[in-house]
Write a protein that binds this ligand. Structure first.
Ligand code: OOG
Ligand code: NI
Length: 452
């Protein structure tokens, strides 16, 4: 139907509405947004080449609106409803993250757009975790938590009706989209009234703070919204100057000439007043985070990254170890630090387009075409998350040293059963964007003989 607004437009409406709501609820988020805007402005002004590259790759526009958020759900039913809700906005489950290895009783996926054009319009993503009561040793407490969760409804009736309408008529009109976004927002709002007594809350906290966070409230309050910076080191050092206290270390890879994957830092969760059925108390849940995104690595590149990170963490834990940041800077030499080598060695994903230099009649290979300027390879932004970093963010913001040792037990099948769908394989998505773009560019340049 022609009078339907695109899922991309609904997603943009929604991400703006979420940002507005979070700014009103967590004033420091507003300060963080301003800081990132200033840092990005200064970085682009100081590096015209970077600005030109981002502009040519069509990435400058998305930067200002780019955010990710995170929620934690309690039941399979909730996860299924959230999948349907995000589906209306063109966000689909990508990747499986097992956090139990880090002592956090959840497993997760990221809802995000998957097509290149949609990512370019607005790459809004939501890291979505599902509580795993199966990992809780105290079975009586797990049963109680399940019972409490079974009584809440996190999506409004009207939102459910609009989701059904979108599915049956294949989209929403402008008016319906606006109403849908307003209704969807209700799911992610903060509720200062707990659904449980203080005693129950305390009992849940004792099992794990995360369980208390998921089980004690009316809904899955958005717990952070993260803007993307072009210089996270600068943002990190600016934070204290603006009255924001960052966590100690930046998660992920070190600063490099060529940014890879994802680097993240956050500020501590707020201690917020809560009414526990008439009794006063407080809860820490909501925080702020900044991230810097670099190029997506191929499975080969990612294996090098994971091995380097594992070694780094082992070294850092050893007695008398050098500082984490010194080890970090030294630790990733196995990954080349220039784009063309990353490309030629098949370590990172790219997106190809025709450049503005004429191609030779019949080039010998893709590398020559790139060297001549006829073909341009733009790095693909890493659109996903990193499990070790996510664990670090969870830990620092649960405001606890909880180190429960769950039996490490990835269970993607159980997650997908709860979701009611398979999660997409992020590597396959990057590979497809790469090969489609190469086919298009080579055809356009009259070099189709180079297509394998
Ligand atoms: C999610 C933490 C993970 C990230 O950016 O890695 C995350 C949570 O605390 O619910 O958001
Ligand atoms: Ni995050």
């Amino acid at each position: 139907m022609t009078d339907h607004v695109s899922p991309d437009a609904i997603r943009t409406l929604f991400s703006h509405a979420m940002s507005e709501m979070y700014r009103a609820e967590v004033p420091q988020y507003g300060a963080l947004i301003e800081l990132v805007r200033d840092v990005n402005g200064a970085t682009l002004a100081a590096d015209p080449a970077l600005k030109a590259r981002l502009d040519a790759a069509g990435e400058l526009e998305r930067l200002d609106v780019e955010r990710h958020g995170a929620i934690r759900l309690g039941t399979a039913r909730e996860l299924g409803q959230i999948r349907a809700m995000f589906g209306v906005m063109g966000m689909y489950p990508v990747g499986y993250y097992d956090l139990s290895v880090a002592g956090i009783p959840v497993h997760s996926t990221a809802f995000r757009p998957i097509e290149q054009a949609a990512l370019q319009r607005n790459p809004f993503r939501v890291f979505t975790s599902l509580l795993r009561l199966d990992l809780i040793e105290d079975r009586a407490l797990a049963a109680e938590a399940e019972d409490i969760l079974s009584r809440r409804q996190i999506v409004t009736d009207r939102a459910l009706a609009l989701i059904e309408l979108a599915e049956s008529q294949g989209g929403l009109t402008e008016l319906q989209a606006q109403e849908f976004v307003a209704q969807a927002l209700e799911t992610f709002r903060w509720h200062s009234e707990a659904t449980v007594s203080r005693a129950t809350y305390d009992k849940l906290v004792k099992a794990h703070r995360l369980i208390a966070d998921v089980v004690s409230f009316k809904g899955p309050h958005i717990n952070h919204l993260t803007p993307r910076t072009l210089d996270i080191d600068r943002a990190q050092s600016e934070m204290p100057k603006r009255g924001i206290a960052p966590k100690a270390v930046i998660e992920g890879p070190p600063r490099r000439k060529v940014d890879i994957l994802l680097r993240q830092t956050s500020f501590k969760a707020l201690d917020e007043p809560v009414e526990f059925q008439g009794e006063h108390g407080s809860h820490t849940a909501r925080f702020g985070e900044i991230e810097q995104r670099g190029v997506a690595l191929t499975p080969t590149g990612r294996a090098l990254y994971d091995a380097a990170l594992a070694q780094l963490r082992e070294q850092a834990a050893a007695p008398g170890a050098e500082s984490y940041s010194a080890l970090l800077d030294a630790g990733f030499g196995c990954l080349p630090d220039d784009l063309e080598t990353l490309r030629a060695e098949g370590l990172a994903f790219f997106r190809y387009r025709a450049g503005d230099v004429a191609a030779p009649a019949r080039a010998e290979n893709v590398s020559d075409l790139i060297a001549s300027g006829a073909l341009v390879a733009d790095p693909q932004v890493y659109e996903d998350f990193l499990p070790v970093s996510a664990a670090g963010i969870f830990q620092s913001n649960l405001n606890s040293e909880d180190q429960s040792n769950y039996r490490a037990a990835a269970n993607q099948d159980a997650f997908e059963a709860a979701l009611g769908a398979k999660v997409a394989d992020e590597m396959a998505l990057y590979a497809e964007i790469e090969s489609n773009s190469l086919t298009r560019a080579l055809n356009q340049l009259g070099q189709s003989h180079l297509l394998a």
